[in-house]
Design a binder for this molecule. Sequence first.
Ligand SMILES: Cc1ncc(COP(=O)(O)O)c(C=O)c1O
Length: 351
Amino acid sequence: MTQSIQSLFNITEPSPMQRVNAKWTQFDDGKQCSMQQERVENASHQVELWCKRDDLLHPIISGNKWRKLLKPLTDFRQDPPNHVLSFGGPYSNHLHALAYCCYRLNIKFTAIIRGAYLSKQTLNPTLSDLKAWNTNLIYVDKQTYQRKSEVEYLQQLRHQLDVDTVIPEGGSQQDALLGMKYMLEEIALVSADKKFDAIILPVGSGASMAGIVKGCDNSITNEVIGIGVLNGKGYLEGLVSQFLGQEKHQTSYLPWRIEHDFHFGGYAKTTPELDAFCYTFNQQQITEFSTAAPENHNIDTPIVIEPVYSGKCFYAVKSLIQRAYFAPNSRILVIHTGGMQGARAYQHTPV
Ligand SMILES: Cc1ncc(COP(=O)(O)O)c(C=O)c1O
């Protein structure tokens, strides 16, 4: 019998669910509660914050990369392609994961990279990994890259490079939604008796969020909230709707919406405030872990975030809690979609 794709890559499924004990899970709701006639105080509340540690699925194919690539990789096992082509920026988590998978499956892989990085003398850590995994790197300028979904351009690439399989940027295609459904099944198994009030995740191309909305019902959560990591009000909703194959306000799916206040200037942009938040969050996690009882060590490992995806997501969660968006004692689940490899070239700024 053929080995499953999960065991071939040594994937740690199901990924753990972990409670997040940050101080900012407490909030005042602004309503004054009269303890005694002469003393009036703000009411202090807490939400129960959980994290689905998809970042721990695999050291390289982590987070939503594994979920989004699950279907194509399963197909590759049954019917191996000769030559796979995909697209991404020079720090792309998707290219990194796919390059590794193709290398392990002995499939030729070409990556079309956005930007003129050829002129750089040293490759960044993402690109040097790709090189080490025998990826054929092709650098194109931003205008050419814009054509990444054009039928004519794709046909030209297929023909020139003798490619038989093209996977879109970010692995974002209809097939990607299936892996997200499996993640929800893992969540449903461990939270059968207690559902969540909201599931929250970062949104770039919208495929991961669409997979969650499509695979969810109201026994798992009341709503799904996406955190836009780029400046894309309306645009991101359009992408998610396209993957869902229907208009946002049709009622067959759970309520979902995207927050647009937390992109910090755009995709991969950051600010000293976001950097400081990530830095402090990571430090507190490491401290908490190092002082935790040893018996908790095998289930809880420190959560580490970076400013492109998980940092913006956790920052947004903190802000929503502080704005009393959630009712007291709500159960909130953040999906850690991985992506730590892209942050290797990035220096955290201490507070
Ligand atoms: C680590 C990480 N998190 C979140 C996302 C956003 O996912 P999606 O593009 O499916 O919206 C990406 C991009 O694919 C990513 O690399």
